[in-house]
Design a protein around this ligand. Structure first.
Ligand code: ARG
Length: 281
């Protein structure tokens, strides 16, 4: 009897939802818009925003010990927490994974959004939507301090091993801008940093704030003079499933406020300091 009731209420529930869906402006709403408005509502109702991230990318997302507990912190983390509060979502759950898996996790609906210093490239826009940009990085080459005078131009890196994070745009930056170098793709940024320190790779392409953070944490590393081209579509944005119009609008509204109030820059600075302090310990 109970089972029958459960089933009946599901059917009634579906009918009610169906009725709501149709009660809007007739025919003018596309089906994607309807499901998007449901998605924002769904997150709000559940009270949890699931965020995919690769916490290997100080100062945007990284692990640190807080009161003896391993915690994911960073500028992206502060930003998402502020956005959730603004939108009225009670809890944010960060799901840590390799960067290479972040957009796939979004695609497979394992997470609601992906926030991981993700560059909103045209290529990625084919499979996911993005919010407005919130940070424009520059591409930098990191080397061992002892090699700072050896690697000054792109030509100096000819035949050398240059690291890039697997699945990141740095892979194509190495292949396009340093075509005579040998690319070494590694899933996690801290492992790339270890390779440089040990001399198993010669250079590493990282984005400005991240390069500065890891150089700040490791006094045997330095940013080389080598100049790489940075393009507009390398700017960071939040990735969300295609057609999530309502969620996108809510996030954009919140982001605009954070940008106008200088909060993003503040989060980046605060977390750069935090990463440096922890490295010094
Ligand atoms: N901005 C680069 C990209 O989107 C690198 C991002 C890496 N992020 C990370 N959390 N490891 O490809």
């Amino acid at each position: 009897m109970k089972k029958v009731w459960g089933l009946t209420s599901i059917i009634v529930g579906m009918m009610v939802l169906g009725a709501c869906g149709n009660s809007g402006t007739k025919n003018s709403e596309s089906s994607t818009e309807v499901s998007a408005s449901n998605q924002l509502e769904k997150i709000k109702q559940e009270g949890v925003l699931k965020v995919g991230t690769s916490a290997d990318f100080a100062p945007f997302e990284f692990h640190t010990m807080i009161n003896g507990k391993d915690t994911i912190v960073g500028a992206d983390i502060d930003m998402v927490n502020a956005l959730a509060e603004e939108i009225g979502i009670d809890e944010v759950q960060f799901v840590d994974m390799e960067f290479n898996a972040v957009l796939a996790a979004l695609d497979q609906k394992q997470v609601d959004i992906a926030v991981s210093g993700i560059s909103a490239t045209e290529e990625r826009k084919k499979s996911v939507d993005f919010t407005m940009n919130y940070f424009l990085p520059e591409q930098k080459v990191v080397v061992h301090k002892d090699n700072l005078d050896t690697y000054k131009t792109i030509d100096d890196l000819e035949g050398k091993k240059v690291g890039a994070q697997k699945g990141s745009i740095q892979e194509s930056i190495v292949t396009d801008q340093l075509p005579d170098s040998q690319i070494v793709s590694i899933p996690k940024v801290p492992n790339l940093v270890i390779e440089i320190k040990q001399g198993t790779i010669d250079a590493l392409v990282l984005e400005s704030a991240v390069a500065e953070s890891y150089v700040g944490q490791n006094d045997d590393l330095a940013i080389a003079e080598v100049e790489l081209v940075t393009s507009e579509d390398e700017a960071y944005a939040i990735a969300l499933p295609k057609g999530s119009t309502e969620l996108q609008e809510a996030l954009n509204e919140g982001l605009q406020k954070l940008i106008d109030d200088g909060k993003i820059a503040e989060f980046v600075q605060k977390n750069t300091d935090l990463a440096n302090e922890n490295a010094a310990k």
